[in-house]
Structure formats: C-alpha cells, structure tokens
Design a protein around this ligand. Structure first.
Ligand code: BGC
Length: 329
C-alpha cells in the first residue's frame, strides 16, 4: 500500500523529534556534569554520594581514591560526581539531585551562601546526613566536617615566609577562587601570621580558577602590575605549578620566594628542584577515606566530635623524601 506524503512527513518528523529529544537528554545533561557510570549492585550496604568542586581535578581524584578504598572495605556503593569546571551553581544542583534520588549520605565540599545552608537543611530533614569534606560551612546543619583546618594551614603558609625571608617583603597571592571558603580561611590565617612581623605586605591577589593555566596567567598579571613582588603564595593545589610557569614567562631571572599548597607530584618535583620553596601538604586521600568511615557512623547516630581535622604539614626540599614515604599508604 502506498503511503500518503502527509503520513511520510509525520513519520519523518516524529523520528527526528525522538532523535533530538534523546540527544538533548544525553548531551545537554553532559554539559552540566559528568557522572561516573557504575551500575550499582543490590547488595551494597549503603549508597553514598561524593560531590567534588571539579570532577577531574587531580586533588579531588585523590579524595575520591581514598573514599573508594573505604567504600570497598565496607561494601558501599559510592557515586562520585562534580561539575566539569568549578562552579557553585552546578555543584548545588548536583547536591539537590542526590537528595532527590535519596542516597543514604552526601559528602560534599562546603559552599558559601544561603543556598547551600538551605539545601543542607532540606537534606537533613529528609533523613540524608550531609558531611562536608575539604571545606566546611559551620553555620549549616552538616553533620560533620572532615578535612584540613584551613585557617591553621594559612598560618603555616605565613610562617614559611616569615622564617625564610628577611627585610621588607611584597607578596602576590594566587587564590583558587575568591568565593571559596577554604581559600578565604587560608588567606585569613596567612594575614594573621604575617601581621606579627610588620615587614611582610600583601600587594595583590588574583584568581586561578583552580587551574594551572589560570595560575600562570594570575602570576603574569600580578608581576606586571606589581613589579615590587618578592614573594608568591598559591592557596590551591595547582597554583604553585602555574606560578612557576608564569614567573618563567615574565621574569625568569627574578628571585621570588614561593609557597604553594598541596603536594601533587609536579609540585613535589618543583620543590625538589628548588623552584618552589615550600608547600603546605594536605592529605586528600585520608580525607576521602575518613569521610566514608564517619558517614557510616552517621547512619546510626550523631557524633560528639564532629570536626575531624586531617594532617597539615610544611614540605620543603629537606623533608620531601620523608614526606613521600609517609604518604605511601
Ligand atoms: C583545595 C581544594 C581545591 C583544590 C584545587 C586544594 O588546595 O583544598 O578546595 O579544590 O586545591 O586544585
């Protein structure tokens, strides 16, 4: 039987609609975030979500690694999600989604602002405990925090500059993101430490957007705007690596004292070469591991001690070998 042109058009139109609808769902969804495709089995003990600041950031992958170790040990299905690029709005939407799918617990970076506080409240009211990792929001109803004492870490960064320089010093700060609470706390700690000397002055601050290239650009413009800079301090994990790159670009022969954060392999290599003078090591794997252990306890009862600080250590060329062995767990 011959089909009329109208019917053919209708079939074609319908097929196109279905294809574009499916495409929109797959690709439109992927522009927001990546979600690990792990099919949960039905015999896990709990289903937890770990929400990171940025899914593929090396530092967050270490938190994930620690969390996966603990999850495997306790038969927990762990979903690791995060925005493709650091973005608070996307992160909050992900938390909301995890609340809607009724996971048993959410481990997330704390985010500045009322939206986060409200979301935590909503989650807890629905019986889903939230634990902050890496960055805390004390004013929220989160059940616990696992991570660095960020104010103290900032003080340690300040001490590296105090102990290793003499005379007037002019500091350029590279911060991951202005609106990140842990960056603000580290800066406060740093300021508190240096104010005791009166000879160390912050002259400028730029954002890296927690990327290496962003940190290189930030360094470049800091040095261009403030040629007086004698010290560079990076407050997030990729800043130190970018600072070295930026300095090489604009003033390769300038003598600048550099303090970074974290000990990603490249940062450690630069410490060994003497291009970065000091770095404040955090223990992201430990954070991830501990966060799962604490979340398991939260399934049964609230905690008396709900602020669990992981270690923070100053790493310089001299102790970099010891540190490696210590971290080899
Ligand atoms: C911070 C994290 C941040 C990461 C970025 C770390 O120092 O603790 O909050 O996501 O740097 O690379």
């Amino acid at each position: 039987m011959k089909k009329s042109p109208q019917i053919i058009l209708l079939i074609l139109g319908g097929t196109l609609f279905v294809i574009s609808f499916i495409g929109m769902n797959i690709y439109g969804y992927k522009t927001f975030y990546i979600e690990e495709k792990i099919v949960p089995s039905n015999d896990y003990r709990y289903h937890f979500a770990l929400v990171s600041e940025e899914i593929d950031n090396e530092y967050w992958r270490l938190i994930e690694q620690g969390a996966r170790e603990a999850a495997a040990k306790h038969n927990i299905y762990l979903e690791y999600v995060g925005p493709l690029k650091a973005d608070n709005d996307q992160l909050l939407k992900l938390i909301d989604r995890m609340v809607s799918v009724k996971v048993d617990g959410i481990i997330t970076q704390g985010v500045e602002g009322k939206r986060f506080v409200d979301l935590v409240q909503k989650s807890v009211e629905r019986g889903i405990p939230i634990l902050t990792v890496d960055t805390d929001v004390k004013s929220s109803a989160r059940k616990a925090y696992v991570g660095t004492d960020n104010f103290y870490a900032g003080q340690l960064a300040g001490e590296t500059v105090i102990n290793n320089t003499t005379g007037e010093q002019y500091v350029g700060i590279v911060t991951g993101r202005f609106d990140s609470i842990n960056q603000q706390e580290r800066l406060e700690g740093f300021k508190e430490a240096i104010q005791t000397t009166g000879r160390i002055h912050i002259v400028g601050m730029q954002e890296s957007n927690i990327t290496q290239i962003g940190a290189a650009q930030a360094t470049y413009s800091l040095l261009r705007e403030h040629p007086s800079i004698t010290v560079l301090v990076g407050l997030s994990a990729l800043d130190g690596i970018g600072m070295v790159e930026g300095l090489q670009e604009i003033a390769p022969n300038k003598d600048v004292y550099m303090t970074a954060f974290d000990i990603l392999p490249e940062t450690l290599a630069l410490i060994r070469k003497g291009e970065i003078n000091a770095t404040i090591a955090q223990y992201p794997k430990e954070m991830g591991f501990e966060a799962i252990e604490v979340m398991i306890q939260l399934q049964q009862h609230s905690l008396l001690e709900n602020e669990i600080f992981t270690r923070t250590i100053v790493v310089e060329k001299e102790n970099s070998d010891t540190f490696l062995r210590e971290d080899d767990r």
